[in-house]
Design a protein around this ligand. Structure first.
Ligand code: GLY
Length: 395
């Protein structure tokens, strides 16, 4: 963890969560710095919370444009986007809502064009704000429109799924899919602020919520053993969606991700690649099982089990690390094995992993643990060890 940037984490390391109602995580990126503001039951006061990013929302001369296009999807519009809209309008903002179909298929060029059209019609200028209210699809799509309209306009993230709150809303990766590849068209465009209300997780279907915990456990297993211990000690709180546990879990995950993003904003040095722990296997599983069969966090959960077994086989960790990780994943209700009916072969998985866009010059890259709470990138893992682990775990 980056010790130069003390946050609430210093007070809450280990098993004692901060019980204050509002937690702030600072992301230090020079002129692109921003705050992740985490509360429970705070959507209705969003406009007041925008104070923290007033400077970055201001036009030259200091005036805030107070014009926002709220991008959301059909599920979230009814639940939360109108709360955001009212909060802004009550404070004098001129708002319009742009609704997309829920689901991955909305991350496409036609959806971006439709957002551009509405921005033009709305007479948006370079200081108009895009507010993304929803999960990862909405955040990635709205963020990409913000990155490209008028060479970049401000956008704020208001993520309403656990996966988006702990991962996709932080770090500035925005983009859409191309028919031949997920996230193939994109940009780095940091949000001006991230506003998280953990109460939005109450309405999340159980499977989606638990899937988000896969990314949370990833942070503990690959970056922070004390956080891993906190998660082990708070399985009940996570399962029950206890608000104090959720605020701590979300804030700490964001802090861990922010530390990595601060160190390697545009994934140039390999540090940001650590965030892909479990993902080399997971991407292959998601594709081969058919998108939608495994949710992303479920695939990451199974992928982390494979990665830990591979690390064990290569002598990087002993079996107790794999067992503790598997124990925690199972305790929160995540799958640790591929579904029986998936019937995918070792050759299929290996071939798929070689096609992954994170593969460099055909060389498989794995993020593997070297102890609990620490992982590194390896490019020289013998293929026979990968095959052995794939065969072993298929049994
Ligand atoms: N989700 C991985 C990253 O943001 O780099």
């Amino acid at each position: 963890m980056n010790q130069e940037h003390p946050t609430f984490l210093d007070e809450t390391a280990g098993t004692a969560p901060n019980t204050s109602n509002r937690l702030i995580v600072q992301v230090y990126l020079g002129p692109r710095s921003y705050e992740i503001d985490i509360v429970t039951d705070g959507l209705a006061s969003l406009s007041g919370r925008l104070e923290s990013c007033k400077e970055r929302l201001s036009a030259p001369g200091g005036q805030v444009s107070r014009k926002a296009l709220i991008v959301t999807d059909g599920n979230v519009a009814k639940l939360y986007a109108h709360v955001v809209r009212h909060s802004l309008e009550d404070d004098g903002w001129d708002c319009q809502v742009h609704e997309v179909e829920p689901g991955e298929q909305s991350k496409c060029q036609a959806s971006v064009s439709a957002i551009y059209d509405q921005l033009v019609e709305f007479r948006a200028d370079r200081h108009t704000v895009i507010a993304a209210v929803g999960g990862g699809v909405v955040g990635d799509l709205a963020g990409f429109a913000a990155a490209t309209y008028a060479r970049g306009i401000p956008f704020i993230q208001i993520p309403t799924t656990l996966l988006a709150q702990v991962d996709s809303s932080v770090g500035g990766k925005v983009g859409i899919n191309h028919p031949s590849g997920k996230n193939l068209i994109g940009a780095f465009h940091q949000p001006t602020g991230v506003f998280i209300d953990t109460a939005t997780l109450d309405s999340l279907p159980g499977r989606d919520y638990v899937s988000g915990l896969g990314e949370v456990i990833k942070y503990g297993a690959s970056l922070d053993d004390q956080f891993f211990e906190y998660l082990e000690a708070n399985v009940e709180g996570m399962r029950e969606r206890a608000s104090d546990v959720l605020r701590h879990v979300v804030a700490h995950s964001c802090r861990l991700k922010a530390d990595i993003v601060e160190a390697d904003e545009e994934e140039r040095t390999g540090k940001r690649a650590i965030l892909n722990y479990g993902h080399t296997f997971a991407h292959a599983f998601e594709t081969l099982c058919g998108y939608g069969t495994l949710l992303h966090g479920e695939a990451v959960s199974i992928g982390m089990v494979y990665a830990a077994r591979l690390a064990e086989r290569c002598g990087l960790i002993d079996s107790s690390v794999t067992q503790r990780q598997t124990g925690l994943l199972e305790a929160v209700g995540l799958p640790v094995k591929l579904p029986k009916e998936s019937n995918i072969s070792t050759t299929d998985i290996l071939d798929r992993m070689k096609l992954d866009k994170k593969t460099v010059a055909g060389q498989l890259r794995f993020v593997l643990p070297t102890k609990l709470g620490h992982a590194e990138v390896f490019c020289d893992i013998p293929e026979e060890d990968v095959v052995a682990v794939l065969d072993e775990l298929a049994e």
